[in-house]
Design a protein around this ligand. Structure first.
Ligand code: 1GP
Length: 256
């Protein structure tokens, strides 16, 4: 076995922490944020209780941008920094890990296995911890849905999303990311989260897209999400993001 199928330190840390309560991930888009701002945002969100920093975006992301952002965050924050790649150019050697994702419901093989073929060699060269992740787009999926040529899961069909998660797990992927799209008005349905957690053993379920209220975050946390991602609200209103984190920690407490 190589290190790419073993559970590495970042994944272990996340899994262990998520046993207690739903986690919050802060998403920083290198196309929209400068390195200094990114470090300041990450520091602030760290104080508010975020559990990890994701770095990535669908468009306009160069490797230099990602390197600069990750290094700048690393100088100021102890939290794990995880690459959330939109393409091969989004990989940085300075991160702690990468969500090594396949967009399972893309119509374009490039986003299912082509970019991964190109990226795998770079990830190995950089010695990055790869976390095998199924990326599944629900609804149109905003920019990620368009760029990734997604055949979006109908949002009102939780059983289809859950079946994708089951498929991912049977293929050996340990994380599933349900994406509604950055900045969209709707979120993944809490029923989709609860059904998936019921159907698929041991999957680490990340949910993101459109979450900008405590109420919505609380619903997803109590439905059993392992991690909730917010990007837009962190950029627009960090104070509100802090209240969202509090709601996630309160309603996402896991029972023994
Ligand atoms: C995008 O799920 C994330 O990949 C975050 O979405 O920007 O709407 O928080 P928001």
């Amino acid at each position: 076995m190589t290190q790419y199928v073993k559970i590495g330190p970042t994944e272990s840390y996340l899994r262990k922490k998520a046993e207690q309560a739903t986690l919050h991930f802060t998403l920083i888009d290198p196309d929209k944020t400068r390195p200094r701002e990114a470090a300041e945002l990450a520091r602030q969100m760290g104080e508010y209780g975020t559990d990890a920093i994701l770095v990535g975006g669908s468009i306009g992301v160069s490797q230099t941008d990602v390197d600069d952002i990750v290094r700048s965050i690393k100088e100021h924050v102890k939290l794990p920094i995880i690459i959330f790649p939109g393409n091969v150019s989004g990989i940085s050697r300075y991160a702690d890990a990468i969500l090594f994702m396949s967009l399972l419901n893309s119509l374009d093989p490039y986003y299912i296995v082509g970019a991964q073929l190109l990226g795998s060699v770079i990830v190995k060269k950089f010695g990055l911890e790869a976390i095998p992740t199924a990326y599944i787009i629900i609804g149109e999926g905003g920019a990620a849905g368009h760029i990734g040529r997604a055949y979006g899961v109908p949002p009102e069909k939780p059983e289809i999303a859950a079946a994708y998660a089951l498929t991912a797990s049977m293929l050996g992927m340990r994380f599933v990311y349900f994406e509604r799209g950055s900045g969209v008005p709707d979120i993944v349905k809490p029923e989709t989260v609860s059904l998936t957690k019921k159907l698929v053993d041991n999957i680490f379920l990340i949910v993101g897209g459109g979450i900008r209220s405590e109420y919505k975050a609380a619903k997803l946390a109590s439905a059993g999400a392992d991690a909730i991602v917010t990007g837009t609200i962190v950029e627009e209103d960090p104070e509100k993001a802090s209240r969202i984190i509090k709601a996630i920690k309160r309603y996402g407490l896991k029972q023994k």
